[in-house]
Design a protein around this ligand. Structure first.
Ligand SMILES: [Mg+2]
Length: 204
């Protein structure tokens, strides 16, 4: 199971050389205004226009689109927990580890994404690299395909995401890694920690 956290300070970091794999949207940044702001605004406009044909579902869909569009407008974005995140980076550096970002965003918005992390969280993305799944595969699969060499260099690997589906994809990866490395060792398993990657779900 994963731990749900509301601040990055709740992450346990004690072992040397940790690797943090961190999501971006709804984890380290979020829109300044929450979705209810857009729902109320749409309702107000519909009211003024005397429009009663639009269903609640349609309103929510439209509000969701407006809300999500904010992720690509730096002025409309804020840090979820700037102080807590900075503390994590400081601790990671102190423990001689590293942090990378793993996002479902497309590579076509990489410049904007780098600028967003720099402006909002003061992150130097030359040091803290960003990897893009482009929503083609889940993050567990992406790590398996592209980042195994990196994660094998670290003993304490931590994954942070707001999306339960992505966390579940890491469980699958953990199971795959466990089976792979413990294949003929069922009765002589001295490894108490079965999971290579520890998961945290960030909740805004
Ligand atoms: Mg996210």
């Amino acid at each position: 199971m994963y731990n749900t956290i509301k601040s990055f300070n709740e992450i346990t970091l004690t072992k040397l050389r940790p690797l943090i794999i961190c999501d971006i949207d709804s984890t380290v940044i979020c829109p300044k205004k929450d979705i209810s702001y857009y729902i109320n605004n749409i309702k107000k406009i519909l009211n003024e226009m005397n429009d009663t044909d639009i269903t609640e579902d349609e309103i929510i869909n439209e509000a969701t689109t407006l809300y999500l569009n904010n992720y690509y407008i730096i002025d409309n974005i804020k840090a979820t927990d700037k102080k807590g995140f900075q503390d994590v980076i400081d601790k990671v550096n102190l423990l001689d580890g590293t942090l990378i970002f793993l996002t479902s965003r497309k590579k076509t918005v990489s410049e904007l994404t780098e600028r967003t992390l720099h402006n909002i969280l003061n992150i130097d993305t030359n040091i803290y690299k960003i990897y893009y799944t482009e929503n083609k595969i889940n993050k567990g699969q992406y790590i398996k395909n592209n980042l195994m060499e990196l994660i094998n260099k670290y003993d304490d690997v931590i994954f942070i995401d707001d999306d339960e589906k992505q966390i579940k994809s890491i469980y699958k990866l953990n199971k795959y890694l466990y089976d792979k490395y413990n294949h003929n060792d069922n009765n002589n398993n001295t490894n108490n920690n079965n999971n290579k990657i520890t998961c945290y779900r960030f909740e805004i």
